[in-house]
Design a protein around this ligand. Structure first.
Ligand SMILES: *Cc1c(COP(=O)(O)O)cnc(C)c1O
Length: 398
């Protein structure tokens, strides 16, 4: 497959005067999504009322969309399902993985992981008690820390701040050799880098759809369970839609077949309609093409910024192969600099304490965007345009 990025870019709403480098946090609106959601609202919800669950196929959407995402992450058919938020799916995957491996009690993760993943793990070990614990080490020390005490290795493949990418195949193999299971968070991988869950023999994986997959704010998360575990994994969050027969209304929980058991409650139909429109675009895309172009875009941005802004230090790996689809720079005034950029139409984001983060998403980021963003950043740094009180006032979302 050879991906036509010019044609694909034209399928997104990109406001005039904006260079959008934050699709790693919230993907933009696919043009077809507005119409698709409108149709779900009026022709399905409006006309069919509750009949939409059967007639419009709402009940099958979580598994149907899971399969389409599955192609992007190397998952076997029928091994991915949508629902809930990523934090919830992290909990679910971890709880199931721990239960499958009762001989050990340690969850191993790294200090670069997204806090919510660590909070969820911490909450789970507190609930379990009984000697369970969460251990975190610096990202570069993870491999050495995998030993026989580890029950579950829980990592986010691509670091949300720096973009540093773990070696999923090698770390999963090491975890298995030590008798541990591996749970991978693909929040910054799905739609960003090629992932081969089946080839890596990952045990569980989770991710979100509102970042690179463009399902809109609050879009549902996804969970992957390796087929070899699917009939053994017990969902700790055992909701009625994960039951073998939800409409039997049994008083006892019986897990549904395979991945269906990872469903919890009523799925967000309107949000999934938006995701469907986005997946119509993704279905035409080859992840190898996305990866090649993403590395070129990121390399071009690094070169342009380093040529003009010596006061910014690169926080991301210089080697494209060791990086996700983002570039981060450090500066003590990073927050104000990002606000000044946003005021000039270059939208990235800031991650405490000092990281300016720029996402490069080949579906709609062009080389002109890279050059334009680097030029505006250079002007802001050369003139100290960031050094104004209005750029230093912290907003709720950074
Ligand atoms: C974005 C992100 C989350 C967010 O979780 P939600 O429950 O969707 O708010 C969690 N973990 C990682 C690694 C993320 O990048």
């Amino acid at each position: 497959m050879s991906t036509d990025f010019t044609k694909i870019r034209a399928q997104f709403v990109l406001p005039d005067g904006v260079i959008y480098l934050d699709g790693n946090s919230l993907g933009p609106l696919p043009k077809a999504a507005a119409e698709r959601v409108q149709r779900t609202v009026t022709a399905e919800w409006g006309d069919m009322l509750i009949g939409g669950w059967n007639k419009a196929g709402w009940m099958e959407m979580p598994a149907r969309l899971g399969n389409r995402i599955g192609r992007l992450i190397g998952a076997e058919p029928g091994s991915v399902v949508l629902g809930d938020t990523l934090s919830i799916k992290v909990y679910q995957a971890l709880a199931s993985a721990l239960e499958l491996n009762p001989a050990s009690k340690v969850i191993l993760s790294d200090t670069g992981n997204f806090p919510s993943d660590l909070y969820m793990a911490d909450g789970l070990v507190r609930t379990l008690g009984e000697g369970y614990s969460l251990k975190t080490v610096p990202p570069e020390e993870v491999e050495a820390a995998i030993d026989g005490s580890v029950a579950v290795l829980m990592l986010t493949e691509v670091d949300y701040r720096t973009g540093r990418k773990h070696d999923m195949a090698a770390l999963t193999a090491k975890a298995h050799a030590a008798g541990a299971l591996a749970v991978w968070d693909l929040a910054h991988s799905a739609g960003a880098v090629p992932v081969d869950l089946a080839g890596c023999r990952a045990d569980f994986a989770v991710g979100c759809t509102y970042k690179y997959l463009n399902s809109g704010p609050g879009g549902p998360a996804f969970i992957y369970v390796a087929p070899r575990h699917a009939q053994a994994a017990r969902p700790a969050l055992s909701g009625w839609l994960g039951h073998e027969s939800p409409f039997a209304f049994d008083l006892d929980y019986r897990p549904g077949a395979g991945i269906e058991r990872m469903r919890v409650g009523t799925p967000p139909v309107l949000q999934m309609a938006a995701l469907e429109a986005s997946m119509d675009i993704w279905d035409t895309v080859d992840m190898q093409d996305v990866r090649a172009r993403s590395i070129e875009l990121c390399d071009a941005f690094i070169a342009a910024v380093e040529a003009t802004c010596p006061m910014l230090s690169l926080a991301s790996p210089r080697d494209g192969a060791g990086r996700g689809s983002q570039v981060s720079f450090r500066h003590p005034e990073g927050y104000a600099i990002m606000q000044a950029l946003i005021a000039r139409g270059v939208i990235g984001d800031f991650r405490a304490p000092d990281i300016l983060r720029f996402g490069f998403t080949p579906l709609y980021t062009s080389f002109d965007d890279v050059a334009g963003a680097a030029k505006i950043l250079a002007e802001i740094m050369a003139t100290d345009a960031w050094n104004r009180p209005e750029f230093k006032a912290r907003q709720r979302v950074t």
